[in-house]
Write a protein that binds this ligand. Structure first.
Ligand SMILES: [Zn+2]
Ligand SMILES: [Zn+2]
Ligand SMILES: [Zn+2]
Length: 241
């Protein structure tokens, strides 16, 4: 009943009236209530037929950045290991190790470039999201640098996929590409070197969608969202999960 009254109240007010309410809640430190207000307003105004495509592109871009940061770091670490093998003369087949070293250098450099392009893509996608409660909610969420760690849902997903949140190594709390100027934080994909060592074999997906540690999502218009997709929105956009 309270929720119903709340919905009727929110639906009856205009967005111009909503913003001071959001600000007031945030000034009181009640950012979760402010996000919930934006979420309810968005659902009441736009309804279940809202086109989530732009938001889907943004979430995908966020995930790709973490994936590529791990990919770059993975090949950088491979490079270090091959260099160490050559230095210590551990492998009798030096030509083979030198070939692998060359490949690791090229793959690391390619991932570095892909990361640059994806950063521009993310910026363009974020810029295209129109003003409104959803954009305001997203901007608040983006200010929370360690939101992926405060999200128990994301940590549980990571652990369920065999990621580092299921162990005590703490990799998810560290930057994924510590040697780069622009650092990215996030949960594990297959290129996480710690997960690779733990797993005992390498998985080298060419893109995010091929990664077995990535869960498929599809926000096509008119399609009913899965439970996973609803959780993605609650976590990545509203910052409430
Ligand atoms: Zn990991
Ligand atoms: Zn780890
Ligand atoms: Zn994790």
């Amino acid at each position: 009943m309270t929720r119903l009254l709340c919905n009727c109240f929110i639906k009856g007010i205009s967005e111009i009236m909503l913003i001071p309410l959001e600000v007031k809640l945030e000034l009181q430190g009640k950012w979760r209530q402010a996000q919930t207000l934006r979420q309810i307003y968005h659902h009441l105004i736009f309804g279940p037929t809202y086109n989530w495509q732009m938001i889907s592109d943004f979430i995908r871009s966020e995930k790709r950045l973490v994936f590529l940061a791990q990919k770059e770091e993975f090949f950088r670490e491979c490079k270090k290991r091959y260099e160490s093998m050559l230095k210590r003369d551990l492998d009798p087949d030096r030509d083979s190790v030198e070939g692998k070293l060359k490949e690791a250098r090229e793959s690391s450099s390619k991932a570095h470039q892909d990361l640059w392009y994806e950063r521009q893509q993310r910026f363009r996608t974020l810029s295209a999201i129109p003003d409104g409660p959803l954009r305001r909610a997203l901007l608040v969420r983006l200010q929370q640098r360690d939101f992926h760690l405060s999200s128990s849902w994301q940590r549980a997903q990571c652990a369920a996929m065999g990621g580092c949140c299921g162990r005590s190594c703490g990799c998810c709390s560290k930057p994924r590409n510590p040697d780069d100027d622009k650092k990215y934080h996030g949960h594990c994909f297959s290129y996480c070197m710690c997960c690779t060592d733990q797993r005992g074999f390498r998985i080298e997906p060419s893109n995010l969608e091929d990664d077995p540690m990535h869960t498929f999502f599809n926000f096509s218009q008119g399609r009913r969202l899965s439970e996973y997709e609803c959780c993605l929105l609650d976590s990545y956009i509203w910052g409430l999960l």
